[in-house]
Design a protein around this ligand. Structure first.
Ligand code: TXA
Ligand code: MG
Length: 349
């Protein structure tokens, strides 16, 4: 299939081409598009055939449900059986934005979209291009991240094209993505709300509107035997091709350890890389040293992490060491993704 590429950005989110793109979705086709978190791979959420195509294009297991994107918050009532008070409060506080809510689905939503579950994930994105695409489609857009299954979510259009060219009808290049990590997922189907995936909307922010919020225990503890409640969190995700380890400790000891490990790896002729910060990057001696930004600026770290993981793939780096980051606030999401990318390989020095 030939993939059409459109360049549309937030300063002019509704050019005439948007109607064409909406038509593609209406006819059961797939369009990759920018959101404020990562690029999404969209199809008509109420059309079972579209959802099947999404799974096929990504190579994703069909028991891993899709998020339904809306462009008007009241649409939550059409897609769900009941909307608890907590969900209304969260919508008011954080929508449109990087928050996904799990609720009991209405009969309108096909099981193909929810991976066979009776619940549905709903998100109202704040990105204007995403909103205009949803409106132009005349319905709701089911969209996972626009990567091949198992790869880091794309935060620049180049990587959407790399993964999905000739697999989807169209790709909207909306430029760089501001947040860079997927939305926070909160399950509201049980008595107490539960975070299933940490994201830009942090626990502290959720607690500013909710009385209580739990976190899926598998996120906090890698050795936890329970199954993650979000099916997607069960798979090894976000994995770079190289062998990634995280090194934790004081900055001096981390630098010394990584430099030693890098020189050992070089003896076996493997290409080495380091995920560093602006503060530490000059002290490393690997083949490829990349800074995720200042350690003091977690927004910058979040926004560059996935791009940098992909760049290591592009350069065929075989052994990668990363510094560790604080787990406070947005750091919880950063460390969750980094630990998954590393298959939880952590060295404490
Ligand atoms: O920021 C985002 O959320 C991006 C953009 C495109 O909106 N989307 C995204 O979708 O990250 P995806 O498919 O890569 O991740 C969706 C996650 C998966 O872990 C999936 O298992 C979980 O949401 N999920 C979806 N529906 C669910 C449900 N009914 N119950 C529990 N988890 C669900
Ligand atoms: Mg994903």
């Amino acid at each position: 299939m030939k993939t059409l590429v459109y360049r549309i950005d937030e300063t002019n989110p509704n050019p005439p081409e948007m109607a064409e793109l909406g038509e593609i979705i209406k006819k059961g086709g797939l369009v990759a598009f920018p959101t404020e978190t990562v690029y999404g791979l969209g199809g008509d959420a109420l059309n079972p055939e579209s959802s099947k195509k999404i799974y096929a294009a990504k190579g994703r297991p069909s028991d891993n449900p899709l998020i339904v994107h809306i462009a008007a918050w009241e649409d939550i009532f059409l897609l769900t059986k009941e909307v608890p008070e907590a969900a209304k409060k969260l919508a008011q506080a954080f929508w449109p934005g990087p928050l996904t809510m799990i609720l009991k689905k209405s009969d309108r939503v096909p099981k193909e979209t929810t991976g066979g579950l009776d619940t549905v994930a709903i998100r109202f994105p704040s990105h204007k291009v995403a909103q205009e695409l949803i409106k132009a489609s005349g319905g709701f857009i089911a969209a996972p991240s626009a990567n091949l299954s198992g790869k880091p979510s794309p935060t620049i259009a180049k990587y959407v094209l790399e993964d999905l060219d000739e697999r989807v009808d169209a790709i909207i290049d909306g430029g760089d993505i501001p947040i860079g990590l997927e939305s926070t997922i909160v399950d509201l189907t049980a008595e107490e709300p539960m975070i299933l995936r940490p994201g830009f909307i942090t626990r502290e922010m959720l607690l500013s509107v909710l009385d209580q919020v739990k976190t899926d225990p598998t996120i906090l503890d890698a050795s936890c035997r329970e199954r993650p409640k979000a099916p997607g969190m069960r798979y090894r995700h976000y994995a770079p091709k190289g062998d990634l380890s995280i090194v934790e400790g004081s900055p001096e000891e981390v630098i010394a350890y990584i430099n030693r490990a890098v020189s050992n790896a070089r003896e076996t002729e493997r290409k080495t890389g380091v995920i560093a910060t602006a503060e530490s990057a000059p002290y490393y001696s690997a083949d490829l040293v990349k800074s995720v930004g200042s350690r003091e600026n977690s927004g910058e770290v979040a926004a560059s992490l996935y791009r940098i993981l992909r760049e290591f793939d592009d350069e065929n780096v075989e052994v990668i060491y990363s510094e560790s980051f604080s787990s406070e606030g947005l750091g919880e999401a950063i460390m969750n993704r980094l630990l998954k990318a590393a298959g939880h390989k952590v060295v404490r020095v």
